[in-house]
Design a protein around this ligand. Structure first.
Ligand SMILES: Cc1ncc(C[n+]2csc(CCOP(=O)(O)OP(=O)(O)O)c2C)c(N)n1
Ligand SMILES: [Mg+2]
Length: 544
């Protein structure tokens, strides 16, 4: 068997792919079997790329995204022809909105018989294109390596996002010589400083109540060090969402979360860094009417800003944030004012955090969980109200430690994310927060976790309802339909049946011992905590 390939050697299309993946540092391929992919598997096996096989293609695709989210390297999934690719569509759409760099390889019916009705024959590209940055079908075996290089580079370039390469069965089984070289993948730290920083510097110099609101593209742009230096030098309070969580440690003196509305509404200048003014920022209305907005993006936005910014800066996150470092006004009164608001709002949570009811208040569960989490634990949220509570009270201290589906909001992302996170960070606690509704989408992936020995600890808020839908519908209509689940379902026993460790918890005092047993079990685990369905999350709006 040959293990080396050079210009003179012909190697099959699957091996050509694996060699390009390996050359770019890809170590794992997430997939679910299909004959269209056999030569890709053979190539990966030859090149030492680990194949991680799941139970539904959405989990493979979410895992590829989860890998990207935790490592900032492109994640890679391979989906078989037809239904394999359609099953991965929601995850691709979510990754597109999250700007998650990843590559999806699609199996495809053979080119030589195209249009004659081969098994699982469908043209993926037209429906994958709107949810990817690049979607292309290989024209020949020799075309494949260049396409893979291009797809990986495109996935990483701003705005980063998913790309898709379709592999006709005949081309991927046939042989071609391996081309030489291939360029290194782009590094966000090489992106140039934006034009127009002078205007932003002038605004910042006079700002008395500045804030920074940072989001996911700041993380993709590797801007966190420069962001912290900028905030510290100018004394600017920082608020984060999405993947920016953890980029400023939750115990930093300039980090705020509960005082967000106070901070954003009261700001005279807001640096909006790597985050669109979408529903999460009230389409711009979260800021005060007089707030001057300085937008900083890795590149031009995909949509128009909902309110006109005073300054727009498009360029490298690190370089541009660095260019904004300098001395400004004394902000200490503003910072103290927000700190007082933060402390007051946190104090108001104390009663819920120590709520003694059984079934539990979700806040009490998070108080117990928070006390056993390491500083660098990776937390994954998959659910409705249960995850909204976590978003409020679970603190992050390092980048890449908080994963939720993002604005596309697809339930079922969690197990795939968790699988990838634990593979990428085997020494960290990886905790998967699951609603009982959310569990139904990808619960079978506990089989994947068990088969691959990936010891994620799941914590379920089991309220027997789709709470995020049931309570709003009752509020609007006085009744609800399609909003109930079976109360008290033993999802922990399901996980045990799949080879994991299960715990059922009904009382607050039993949470910590159950979590300790789960972490020590040496298996993927689910701590199934019964939570109170009458608890209504204080939500302003969930649709727009
Ligand atoms: C794929 C998908 N289907 C439906 C929804 C709509 N949805 C959002 S939250 C939610 C309820 C989730 O219930 P559960 O996971 O039990 O969490 P809970 O709200 O009860 O805490 C639903 C149905 C969605 N976001 N994604
Ligand atoms: Mg529920």
């Amino acid at each position: 068997m040959t293990t080396q390939a050079d210009q003179s050697t012909q190697i099959h299309g699957g091996r050509l792919i694996a060699r390009r993946l390996k050359a770019h540092g890809v170590s794992r391929l997430f997939t679910l079997s299909g004959g269209h992919l056999f030569s890709v598997y053979d190539g990966c096996r030859e090149e030492g790329i680990e194949i991680v096989d799941v139970r539904h293609e959405q989990a493979a695709t979410f895992a590829a995204e989860g890998w990207a989210k935790v490592t900032r390297e492109p994640g890679v999934a391979a989906l078989t022809a037809g239904p394999g690719v359609t099953n991965g569509m929601s995850a691709m759409a979510g990754a597109m909105q999250n700007h998650s760099p990843m590559l999806v390889l699609g199996g495809r019916a053979p080119q030589m018989r195209w249009g004659q009705g081969s098994l699982q024959e469908i043209d993926h590209v037209p429906f994958v294109r709107p949810v990817t940055k690049l979607a292309a079908t290989a024209d020949s075996t020799a075309d494949i390596p260049g396409l893979v290089d291009d797809a990986l580079a495109t996935a990483l370039r701003p705005h980063s996002g998913p790309t898709f390469v379709d592999l006709p069965l005949d081309f991927v089984f046939m042989e071609a010589p391996e081309p030489e070289g291939g360029e290194a993948l782009p590094d966000p730290l090489d992106e140039p400083v934006a034009e127009g920083v002078e205007r932003a510097l002038a605004l910042l110099a006079d700002a008395e109540r500045p804030v920074i609101m940072a989001g996911t593209d700041m993380y993709w742009g590797k801007g966190e060090r420069a962001l912290l230096e900028l905030a510290e030098r100018r004394g600017i309070p920082v608020f984060v969402n999405g993947l920016a969580r953890g980029c400023v440690p939750a115990d930093h003196e300039l980090f705020f979360s509960r005082a967000r509305s106070e901070g954003l509404k009261g700001a005279d200048v807001a640096l909006v860094v790597g985050v669109p003014m979408d529903f999460r920022l009230g389409f711009g209305g979260s800021f005060g009417e007089e707030t001057q907005i300085v937008v900083l993006g890795r590149t031009e936005p995909e949509r128009d800003h909902p309110r006109p910014p005073a300054v727009e800066l498009y360029g490298g996150m690190d370089a541009t944030l660095r260019a904004l470092i300098g001395d400004g006004s004394d902000t200490s009164a503003w910072v103290s004012h927000l700190r007082a608001a933060e402390i007051e709002k946190r104090a108001a949570e104390a009663a819920e955090l120590s709520d003694g009811r059984s079934p539990l208040h979700p806040m009490r569960l998070y108080k117990e969980l928070g006390e056993v989490l390491d500083r660098d634990a990776v937390i994954i949220g998959d659910g409705g109200d249960f995850v909204s509570y976590a978003g409020r009270v679970i603190d992050s201290y390092e980048p890449g430690c908080w994963l939720d589906p993002g604005p596309y909001g697809c339930l079922g992302c969690g197990p795939g994310y968790a699988l990838a996170a634990k593979l990428a960070r085997p020494d960290k606690q990886v905790v998967l927060l699951l609603g009982d509704g959310a569990f139904g989408f990808s619960g079978m992936e506990f089989d994947t976790l068990a088969r691959h020995g990936v010891n994620v600890v799941g914590v379920m808020g089991n309220n027997g309802i789709w709470a995020l839908e049931k309570h709003p519908m009752e509020f609007l209509y006085g009744y609800s339909v399609a909003a109930d689940l079976r109360p008290g379902t033993r999802y922990d026993q399901l996980v045990e049946a799949l080879g994991g460790h299960g715990e059922l918890v009904e009382r607050p005092e039993d949470v910590k011992p159950a979590l300790a047993r789960a972490f020590e079990s040496g298996k993927p685990a689910l701590v199934n905590v019964l939570t109170d369905p009458t608890v209504v999350y204080p939500r302003k709006s969930n649709l727009a």
